[in-house]
Write a protein that binds this ligand. Structure first.
Ligand code: ARG
Length: 426
């Protein structure tokens, strides 16, 4: 075995993986996200970017020598992580009036750098819930064509919202006639926006169902869109095969959106017991960004966040965590969504420790970012698991994240689609 390992490592250094090549990863520990348990000494066989099989030591000894052998015997190996709520396009920490100086092409270039940071942090799939123009669609394509490194991107294109709502652009006075691209009012107008998003490459729909923290002049508790408009968005999106994410902090907006049939509630800050029950009954995932508050309150002022937004954050941050705990304890479906882009990309993993502090076991937090998100993205069996037929999206960390979840803040090995993007020590 040892000689096989050494010769395989030498071969690995000499040749990058080509299609048809077989790679074997020796995992000291392997997290089985579906079963929620950790296995020891497993060998993952990878071919054509997919997992072919997962073997024990006896099984691997029967294989022909692979083209590449990767020794992660002293690490914990798990499927690549995913984040259901990121904004890759644009400078993280460009808030308030600072954001007005950024053109969409400039924001897209920053998006390329953000994508790389995200991937190198172990996040191999992200849902991008809102971008100017359709820059997230183009970024997805550039990544898929192998032009730039990055995670798999599920783009939502422009976020849909009411005039003057959280998804509009409210910073400038009337004479500038500034309006965000996703603004629409009325059931048919919102249906048209969903169709347009689909036409230009969106794979998911995001809309704003209440006010928000970082938008000017909106109230977090106030619902945006009527039930009729929300139903129109959801119906149209589902008809076209897209899942729907709603931005909602306020209690009533959350419940109205769940009633309308959304697939995930983002933030869900002021969800009440009835809202949690409704989410459970309807299978609605809660994607609660419970890390970002710390960032906003410590660095926000310097970064240009408006005082009214800081004040809203002071009101909502702690309550959101308490409500997360209630939802987790009640057994609601918890997705992993972090709002990276409000804080710097690549720090997505910091949210895990908060999810554990506020009620999930480490394994449940890992499942949120793997199997649960996979279901929310309609990619069950393709991502978030290491089993035959899944994409070979595989990461590894020192230590055992099921003991100490903060291990996920420092990912040492990243493979996506069978290609290695980061190796220990690099
Ligand atoms: N984008 C969100 C908003 O502006 C950020 C909310 C962050 N705060 C929080 N407690 N999750 O509403």
């Amino acid at each position: 075995m040892k000689r096989f390992v050494l010769t395989a490592i030498a071969a690995m250094l000499a040749s990058p993986a080509f299609a048809g090549d077989v790679t074997v990863i020796h995992a000291g520990k392997l997290i089985d996200t579906e079963a929620g348990r950790t296995l020891e000494n497993r060998f993952i066989v990878i071919e054509d970017g997919l997992v072919r099989e997962v073997l024990g030591a006896r099984g691997v000894a029967k294989l022909d020598e692979p083209d590449e052998f990767i020794d992660l015997s002293d690490m914990t190996v798990l499927p690549g992580l995913s984040d259901a709520h990121v904004h890759l396009i644009g400078k993280a920490a460009s808030y308030g009036y600072n954001s007005l100086a950024e053109s969409t092409p400039r924001a897209a270039i920053t998006g390329v750098a953000n994508a790389r940071k995200t991937l190198e942090a172990g996040f191999t799939t992200v849902r991008n819930v809102g971008a100017p123009g359709f820059a997230d669609v183009d970024l997805r394509d550039a990544i898929n064509e192998g032009e730039v490194p990055g995670p798999r991107v599920i783009p939502a294109g422009r976020s849909i919202g009411i005039t003057g709502g959280h998804c509009d652009s409210n910073l400038l006075p009337y004479e500038y006639a500034d309006m965000a691209g996703g603004v629409a009012d009325g059931p048919w107008a919102v249906r048209a926006k969903v169709r347009e998003n689909k036409k230009y490459g969106a794979e998911a729909i995001k809309f704003c169902g209440t006010g928000g923290v970082l938008s000017k002049g909106t109230t977090i508790g106030a619902q945006q869109f009527t039930l009729e408009e929300m139903k129109a968005i959801v119906d149209e999106a589902h008809q076209l095969g897209m899942k729907v994410a709603v931005h909602a902090h306020g209690t009533k907006g959350i419940k109205t959106a769940i009633e309308a049939g959304v697939d995930s509630v983002e933030h869900a800050s002021l969800i009440d017991a009835e809202g949690i029950r409704m989410a459970k009954r309807n299978g609605t995932a809660l994607s609660m960004d419970i890390y970002v508050s710390d960032f906003i309150l410590s660095e926000g002022e310097e970064a240009g966040i408006l005082e009214e937004s800081l004040e809203k954050e002071r009101q909502v941050g702690r309550l959101q965590r308490e409500n997360f705990q209630k939802a987790a304890r009640a057994g609601a479906t918890i997705a992993f969504g972090s709002d990276a882009g409000v804080y710097p990309h690549g720090q997505n993993g910091r949210q895990f420790a908060y999810m554990v502090e506020w009620g999930l076991s480490p394994m449940q937090a890992i499942q949120a970012a793997t199997v649960t998100n996979a279901k929310l993205f309609d990619r069950e069996g393709q991502i978030g698991v290491i089993k035959p037929g899944a994409h070979a999206d595989i990461i590894a960390v020192d230590g055992d994240p099921t003991d100490d979840i903060s291990a996920l803040e420092d990912v040492g090995f990243v493979m996506k689609g069978g290609e290695v993007f980061k190796r220990p020590g690099s």
